[in-house]
Design a protein around this ligand. Structure first.
Ligand code: SF4
Ligand code: SF4
Length: 212
């Protein structure tokens, strides 16, 4: 059945409004030229859910589909779509916003390992303003193992541990693992920035325009 475009419907405008405010991208400028789609390296892995289609979903107010789809977890943030877009729409930022919104709505990610990687990276980098490899790998392994146990994937867990250990050894040999946390110079300013960002994102998501 063909999708009916409900121009100006509250449902469509609330989702699009929230995503536009949080990502800083003007999705209403998208005229579906598909230049972004032709360069997306993960198109085949997402069942051809390309950036243009994701944007269309958001503009149409398809909240469930926009927050639960393979592109938001498979996107590698290469920014190819954004550099090709004649309207400067950076879909990678839209994808990051949707990831955050999916997490806030407790939607189970379709790629749990990618979600574990993403949240461990953010949590580890948030502490000192710079990523510490040991802290990141510890968090990721823990999340991944717990997720695997919940899904009864014992063989997968053992294989993951082996892969992680092998990868960790390679990094160690190359001197890429720091045992002590590396901190940025002005951590107070960084924390203030993070607090402001959180407060701003909270106010945008609670605004009447973003409620359905
Ligand atoms: S390139 Fe830009 S305008 Fe064209 S479909 Fe993609 S997002 Fe829309
Ligand atoms: S940033 Fe993400 S959506 Fe855009 S081209 Fe790269 S992988 Fe595809």
């Amino acid at each position: 059945m063909a999708t009916v475009l409900e121009l100006g419907s509250d449902k469509a405008s609330s989702l699009a409004g929230e995503v536009m405010a949080r990502s800083g991208q003007n999705l209403s400028a998208c005229y579906q030229c598909r230049r972004c789609a032709s360069g997306c390296p993960v198109g085949e892995q997402t069942g051809y859910l390309t950036p243009d289609r994701l944007i269309r979903m958001i503009v149409l107010g398809k909240r469930d589909a926009a927050l639960d789809n393979p592109l938001i977890w498979k996107c590698v943030s290469c920014y190819t779509c954004g550099t090709r877009c004649p309207n400067d729409i950076m879909t990678a930022r839209v994808v990051d916003t949707l990831k955050k919104m999916a997490h806030e709505h407790r939607i189970r990610p379709s790629s749990p390992k990618v979600a574990a990687f993403h949240s461990s990276f953010i949590a580890a980098a948030k502490r000192a303003g710079r990523l510490n490899e040991l802290s990141f790998m510890g968090r990721y392994t823990m999340k991944n193992t717990l997720g695997g146990l919940a899904r009864l994937r014992l063989r997968g867990i053992i294989q993951d541990q082996k892969d992680q250990a092998g990868f960790g050894l390679v990094l160690l040999r190359k001197g890429r693992v720091h045992f002590l946390p590396q901190k940025i110079k002005n951590r107070r300013q960084f924390k203030r920035l993070m607090r402001k960002g959180r407060a701003w994102a909270g106010s945008v998501s609670k605004s009447p325009a973003s409620q359905e």
